[in-house]
Design a protein around this ligand. Structure first.
Ligand SMILES: [Zn+2]
Length: 377
């Protein structure tokens, strides 16, 4: 009799524990209002020349289900996320040199240099030899380069655009390589990794509003707005920094050429934490940034915009609707092998349709970039 009681009690405890765990791992989020005004889709035009300006936007950790839950919670399934406005869409296959699992360092090295490498490596091949990145290749053709990240600017994704090191964790070395690089403007966190007494030919800024605008565009700028990553609300957003970088790189000249990479770094961090609310706040900032860039590009005929991700984080699944809510679940606190997308608009965008390896992003961007010598009549 006593044994029977114990067995029943144990089964009940296990059942309650499973129920509590299952409930905890499922997020319930309000579906966005269907009358929420949605930006219009863009049409791919026919362009007479290759792009003079290339803007690459990376949602770190953003898989296609991140976009799906963003869409549903911002305005329902009919709502246009910024990437929904982009007429060319494809699928990116991402993997490191020796594994299907990839981290941000190998991933950013793949698209920034066209080289598949080992996880943790930044801007070097599997034998740790330096490989040229987009900024270094395009500099020879008159392109200025800019970087924006909401992490430290020495974090893996931005670092692959200027650094060449055997470990993403050597952030002081990476900082020194940024100071000595060709990057014209770099905005993000990571002040603690820099020797602030030695900026070489760059100028350090610690307040976004202090960065001079149109009148001062010749000097190199490194803007550092937090010791490490930028805590939301305690420093500028991705949108604010991207606007400043865009304004700094854009010159009213037919010869103005630039490459800008802007990363929503903390979509990944919130996904590692399985924190849907925080993830949606990061995604909203990223989405607003892409919309702003698309609005800029759609007023011109010389801007190629490409949006992608490095990998998916969290194994996010969007389960279904019940009443006014959408239910979703995280399946891991690590990077998953879930699919990531690529989206493009502007001259040359057609090259990004269909399935491609992540290394092809480098090849496509560097071959599409306008290499004509520009002369002002
Ligand atoms: Zn991550």
């Amino acid at each position: 009799m006593k044994n029977k009681f114990l067995i029943i009690t144990s089964v009940l405890i296990i059942a309650v524990a499973c129920f509590v765990f299952f409930q905890k791992s499922i997020d319930k989020t309000l579906i966005g209002p269907s009358n929420n005004s949605s930006p219009t889709k863009l049409e791919q035009n026919s362009y007479s020349k290759n792009p003079l300006k290339i803007i690459l936007l990376i949602g770190d950790g953003m898989g296609i289900n991140h976009t799906q839950i963003g869409r549903i919670t911002m305005g329902g399934s009919e709502f246009n996320m910024a990437v929904d406005r982009m007429p060319i869409q494809g699928t990116v296959i991402n993997h490191s040199y020796n594994s299907l699992n990839i981290d941000s360092a190998a991933s950013a090295t793949a698209w920034a240099t066209g080289t598949s490498t080992i996880n943790r490596f930044v801007g070097v091949d599997p034998a740790q030899r330096s490989v040229p990145n987009i900024s270094e290749v395009l500099e020879e053709h008159g392109f200025l380069s800019g970087l924006v990240a909401t992490s430290s600017i020495t974090h893996a994704t931005p670092a692959a655009h200027y650094a060449h090191v055997g470990s993403r964790y050597e952030e002081e070395e990476i900082a020194s390589q940024l100071v000595n690089s060709n990057i014209h403007i770099a905005l993000g966190g990571g002040k603690e990794f820099f020797n602030l007494d030695d900026s070489k030919d760059a100028t350090f800024f610690f307040d976004l509003d202090k960065i001079p605008g149109a009148a001062f565009k010749t000097g190199r700028v490194i803007g550092l707005f937090a010791e490490d990553g930028i805590n939301r609300g305690e420093g500028p957003s991705q949108l604010e920094m991207t606007k400043v970088a865009l304004d700094y790189l854009h010159q009213d000249s037919p010869c103005s050429k630039f490459f800008l990479m802007s990363e929503g770094s903390q979509i990944d961090w919130a996904s590692h934490d399985n924190d849907l609310k925080a993830m949606l706040i990061e995604l909203e900032d990223f989405n607003a940034t892409v919309n702003t860039v698309l609005d800029y590009a759609s007023q011109r005929d010389d801007v190629l915009v490409v949006v992608s991700s490095d990998h998916e984080t969290g194994g996010l699944t969007v389960l279904g609707q019940k009443d006014d809510f959408v239910y979703s679940r995280w399946n891991t606190d690590k990077h998953s092998l879930n699919q990531i997308g690529i989206y493009a608009y502007g001259p040359g965008a057609e090259a990004f349709a269909g399935k491609m390896d992540q290394t092809e992003i480098f090849t496509k961007l560097t071959s599409l970039a306008n290499k004509e010598t520009c002369t002002i009549n």
